[in-house]
Design a protein around this ligand. Structure first.
Ligand SMILES: Nc1ncnc2c1ncn2[C@@H]1O[C@H](COP(=O)(O)OP(=O)(O)OP(=O)(O)O)[C@@H](O)[C@H]1O
Length: 748
C-alpha cells in the first residue's frame, strides 16, 4: 500500500488578500461547503471523499499555463478540523488496535497550517488531529474493555520529543535537563529508537491534555516574519497502545509528527540564531526530499541517515499505515515554495509501505521464535503421505488412504524453507514410481537405483512390502529433515549473530562519525548563512560566517579564496572601517563592562554599523560623537560596571590563541551558547550556575540597550554578540578561569 497523501489548503490570513490567491482546488469552495451542511454525517464524509482531488497552480514562468497535482484527497479552506479528522485519521484507529503502526505527519512550508492541523487551537472545534486521535483511542479502549467484560485491557503510554538543530530532545523533560548532544538514536529490529526517552503512561484524555500542553511549552518555537508562532523543530508524539487479551498482547504505535516548515530566508529576515535553526530545518527537509526521490527512483542508497528526522520518519521503511498531510497556503507569496512542496508530496504518493501488523506476544508456554522474514517464506510441511498422494493415481491414493486409517497420525511438524522441497520432490518421485511399480507390477529395476543410505544394498526389494518401504522412506525423510532443521537453525543463529555484530559495529561507527557529522552540519549552516548575508550585501557578516565555517573545512581552497576576496572587498571600502571606531562604546562605565580590545560593533553587519553610526550622528546634531560620549549612549546599570580590566596579564594570553573565533569548534560552540542567551543552556556550562548564567544574559542585554538594539523581537538589528573568549572573560561575573572552565567542559 502506498503512503496516503492528502492536501489541505489553509484559509487566507488577515494580512492576505483575495486577489493574491493562486491555488485552485477541484472543489468549488463555499458553495460546496454549504451544500454539505445539509447532509448527515456519513454522507458528508462521502461527499468530502468524492471531491475532485486535484490542486492547480500556475506555472510561475508562464501564468497562462497551469500545473495539476492529484492526491488521495484535497481539503479546502472550508473543511473543518472535525471533517479532516473523520475522513483521514479516524479510520486508522481501528488498524492501530489491530496491531498496525500508524504514522501521521504534516508537511509544508512555514506558516501553512501544520501545527494548526496537528495540534490545533484550544476550543473544542479547533482541536487538531492529535487530541482527536487520543480521544478516539480512549473511546475505543473503553469500548473494548467494556465489550470483553474487562478481559481485554488497553494501556496507553506517550513519548514526545523534538528534533531541534538535528539534535533530539525529550519534551517531557524540562529544557534545563537537556545535554548539549541530545539523545542518541539506535536501530532496533529495523526500527529507529531514541535512547533514554521518557515514556509516560496516560490513562485519560484529560491527563493527556495536561501532559501535552506542558510538554509543548518545552518545544522550540519563535516568532519569524512569516509566522508569529513558528515551530523551530520537528515534534514527534508517540502513542503506544498495548492491548492485552487472555491469549495475547499486541503493541502498536501511532506517531503524530508536526514537521517544522521549510523557510525561504529571503523572506524571513531571520537573525543569526533563527538562521541556524532555519538552515537545520531546511537541510532535514532537503534530505527528506532526497529520500523520497531515491525511493521512488528505486535507488540503492536512500540517504535516511543524513538527518535525524529522516532516520526517525523512515518513510517507506516503516510498516503499517502512513498518512502525509500536505499543508498549503493559497497565496502568491508562497508560489515557488508551494510548487516544491507539491512536487515532494506527489513523489511521496508513490512510496509503497508494507502493511504489516506487529507480531502479537502469546501467553502460555513459549512458542518457537520465528523471525518474521522467515515466517513469511516458511510453511509447515504437510505430513509426507499427504504430499505423496497428490501425485499418485487415484486408485493408489484410495488404497493408501485405507491403510492410513489404520496408521497412527503423523505428529511431526517440521518447518522447511520453500526453496528446499527438492529433497521431498525427489523422494516423492521415488515413492510414486515405487508405488506405481508396485501397483502395476512393473519390474523393480525400473526404479531409480536406491541410495545406499535408504536401503542396505543386500536388501532385496522383492522381499519388502509396500508398507514397509513407505515406513522406511518416511523414517529416512524425518531423519534428513531433522538434520536439516538443526543445521538450518545453526545457520540462522550464525546469521543473527553476524547481524548483531554488524549492528553493533555500525552503532560504534555511527557514534564515532556522529561528532564529525554534527561539526560538518554546523559548518554547512555557517556556509549557508554566509551566502545569505552575501546575497544581501552584508559582506562583514558574510566574512564572519565564512570564517566560522573554515575550521569545519580546513583544506578547502575555494573557501579560503572566498574569505580572502571578501577581506579585500571590505578593506577596499574604508568608510566601513572608519565608521566602526565611531560607534565603539565609550570608555568609562560602558567600557569597563567589556574589553575594548575588540570593538563590539565588529560583530555587527556593516550596514548595521553604518545605521548605528547614523543614529548616533542624529542624536548629536549631525556632528558624530559629542565629546561626552556617556551622554550619547544609554548608561548601563551600575552593577555591570564593576568589572575591572584585569586581563592585561598572563591569564589573558592563555586565551589569546582563541581570539580569532575560527580557531576552534569548541570556542565557536561555547560562544554560540553564550550568544543564544538561553539561561537554561548557559547554566549547564562547566563552572556556571543559574546565577552566573543570569548575570551573563543580563550583561548582554545591557549591552544591547547600550547599543540601541534592546527591542529583541521587533528590532531587525542584531543583538550584541560576544565574538571572542577574551571578550567573554570581561563580562560581569566571568573571569579568565571561568572561561577556561566553560571551554574545557564543552563537548564537540
Ligand atoms: N485550516 C486553518 N484554519 C484557520 N487558520 C489556520 C488554518 N491553518 C492555519 N491557520 C492559521 O495560519 C497560521 C499559521 O499556521 P501554523 O502555525 O499552524 O503554521 P505551520 O505550518 O505550523 O508553521 P511553522 O512551520 O512555521 O510552524 C496560524 O495563525 C494558524 O492559526
Amino acid at each position: 500500500m502506498s503512503v496516503r497523501v492528502v492536501a489541505r489548503v489553509r484559509p487566507l490570513l488577515k494580512s492576505e488578500r483575495d486577489f493574491d490567491v493562486i491555488l485552485r482546488t477541484g472543489a468549488s469552495g463555499a458553495t460546496e461547503a454549504k451544500s454539505r451542511e445539509s447532509l448527515n454525517d456519513d454522507r458528508k464524509l462521502a461527499a468530502l471523499r468524492d471531491r475532485d482531488n486535484v490542486v492547480r497552480i500556475p506555472n510561475p514562468k508562464n501564468e497562462g499555463e497551469e500545473y495539476t497535482f492529484q492526491f488521495n484527497a484535497v481539503y479546502d479552506a472550508d473543511v473543518t478540523q472535525q471533517e479532516l479528522f473523520d475522513a483521514e485519521v479516524a479510520p486508522t484507529i481501528k488498524h492501530l488496535f489491530n496491531g498496525f503502526d500508524v504514522t501521521l505527519f504534516a508537511y509544508g512550508v512555514t506558516g501553512t497550517g501544520k501545527t494548526h492541523t496537528m495540534r490545533g487551537g484550544k476550543s473544542l472545534a479547533d482541536r487538531g488531529v492529535i487530541p482527536r486521535l487520543l480521544s478516539g483511542i480512549y473511546r475505543r479502549s473503553r469500548k473494548m474493555e467494556k465489550d470483553s467484560n474487562g478481559e481485554t485491557t488497553v494501556q496507553v503510554s506517550l513519548s514526545y520529543y523534538e528534533i531541534y538543530n538535528d539534535k533530539v530532545y525529550d519534551l517531557f523533560e524540562p529544557p534545563e535537563k537537556r545535554t548539549l548532544a541530545g539523545l542518541s538514536l539506535r536501530d532496533n529490529g529495523g526500527k529507529t529508537v531514541v535512547c533514554g526517552l521518557t515514556e509516560k503512561p496516560c490513562t485519560s484524555l484529560k491527563e493527556f491534555e495536561g501532559l501535552y500542553d506542558q510538554a509543548n511549552t518545552n518545544r522550540s518555537t519563535s516568532a519569524t516574519k512569516l509566522n508569529a508562532h513558528s515551530s523551530r523543530s520537528h515534534a514527534i508524539l508517540g502513542v503506544k497502545i498495548t492491548v492485552t487479551t487472555p491469549e495475547k498482547t499486541r503493541i502498536s504505535t501511532a506517531s503524530a509528527i508536526d514537521l517544522a516548515g521549510s523557510e525561504d530566508n529571503r523572506r524571513t529576515e531571520n537573525d543569526k540564531e533563527r538562521m541556524v535553526e532555519s538552515a537545520s530545518i531546511n537541510k532535514s527537509l532537503f534530505v527528506l526530499a532526497q529520500c523520497v526521490e531515491a525511493i521512488t527512483k528505486k535507488q540503492h542508497r536512500i540517504p535516511y541517515r543524513e538527518s535525524k528526522m529522516t532516520r526517525i520518519l523512515s518513510l517507506g521503511q516503516n510498516n503499517g499505515l502512513t498518512v502525509m498531510i500536505l499543508n498549503l497556503a493559497p497565496v502568491r507569496s508562497y508560489h515557488l515554495d508551494t510548487i516544491s512542496s507539491l512536487n515532494v508530496a506527489n513523489r511521496t504518493r508513490k512510496i509503497e509501505v508494507r502493511e504489516v501488523e506487529n507480531d502479537p506476544i502469546f501467553k502460555g508456554p513459549a512458542r518457537p521464535a520465528v523471525r518474521p522474514s522467515l515466517a513469511a517464506t516458511r510453511k509447515p510441511l504437510q505430513p509426507l503421505t499427504a504430499s505423496v498422494h497428490v501425485n499418485m493415481p487415484a486408485s493408489v491414493v484410495k488404497d493408501s488412504a485405507k491403510k492410513d486409517e489404520d496408521k497412527p497420525l503423523k505428529a511431526f511438524s517440521v518447518y522447511s524453507d520453500r526453496s528446499q522441497p527438492k529433497a521431498v520432490t525427489q523422494i516423492r518421485k521415488a515413492e510414486v514410481s515405487k508405488r506405481s511399480s508396485l501397483s502395476s507390477e512393473h519390474p523393480i529395476r525400473t526404479l531409480k537405483p536406491p541410495r545406499p543410505s535408504f536401503a542396505p544394498p543386500q536388501m532385496s526389494y522383492g522381499d519388502i512390502c509396500a508398507a514397509r518401504i513407505e515406513e522406511m522412506v518416511e523414517k529416512k525423510v524425518e531423519e534428513i529433515l531433522a538434520v536439516r532443521a538443526v543445521s538450518e537453525q545453526s545457520r540462522q543463529t550464525q546469521v543473527w549473530e553476524l547481524n548483531e555484530q554488524l549492528q553493533r559495529r555500525l552503532e560504534q561507527l555511527e557514534q564515532r562519525i556522529e561528532g564529525t557529522e554534527d561539526a560538518r552540519a554546523e559548518g554547512l549552516s555557517y556556509l549557508l548563512m554566509a551566502k545569505q548575508h552575501q546575497a544581501r550585501g552584508e559582506n562583514c557578516s558574510a566574512l564572519k560566517m565564512y570564517q566560522l565555517a573554515l575550521p569545519h573545512f580546513p583544506h578547502n581552497e575555494k573557501l579560503a579564496a572566498k574569505i580572502a576576496t571578501l577581506k579585500e572587498r571590505i578593506h577596499g571600502k574604508p568608510q566601513a572601517r572608519q565608521s566602526v571606531p565611531q560607534v565603539s562604546p565609550p570608555k568609562g562605565r560602558f567600557g569597563s563592562m567589556l574589553s575594548l580590545k575588540k570593538e563590539p560593533t565588529l560583530t555587527l553587519g556593516k550596514r548595521q554599523a553604518e545605521d548605528l553610526y547614523k543614529d548616533y550622528a542624529d542624536q548629536t546634531g549631525g556632528n558624530g560623537f559629542s565629546s561626552d560620549e556617556d551622554s550619547i549612549l544609554p548608561k548601563p546599570k551600575k552593577r555591570a560596571t564593576s568589572k575591572s580590566l584585569r586581563h592585561n596579564g598572563g591569564d589573558l594570553e592563555a586565551l589569546d590563541e582563541y581570539e580569532d573565533p575560527s580557531v576552534s569548534p569548541r570556542t565557536i560552540h561555547l560562544l554560540s551558547i553564550i550568544n543564544s542567551r538561553d539561561v537554561s543552556q548557559i547554566k549547564l556550562l562547566k563552572g556556571v550556575g543559574a546565577k552566573k548564567a543570569e548575570a551573563i544574559v543580563d550583561c548582554l542585554c545591557e549591552m544591547d540597550h547600550a547599543l540601541g538594539t534592546g527591542d529583541e523581537i521587533v528590532s531587525d538589528q542584531p543583538h550584541f554578540q560576544v565574538s571572542s573568549l577574551t571578550e567573554l572573560s570581561t563580562l560581569k561575573g566571568v573571569g579568565v578561569r571561568t572561561v577556561e572552565n566553560m571551554r574545557n567542559g564543552v563537548l564537540v
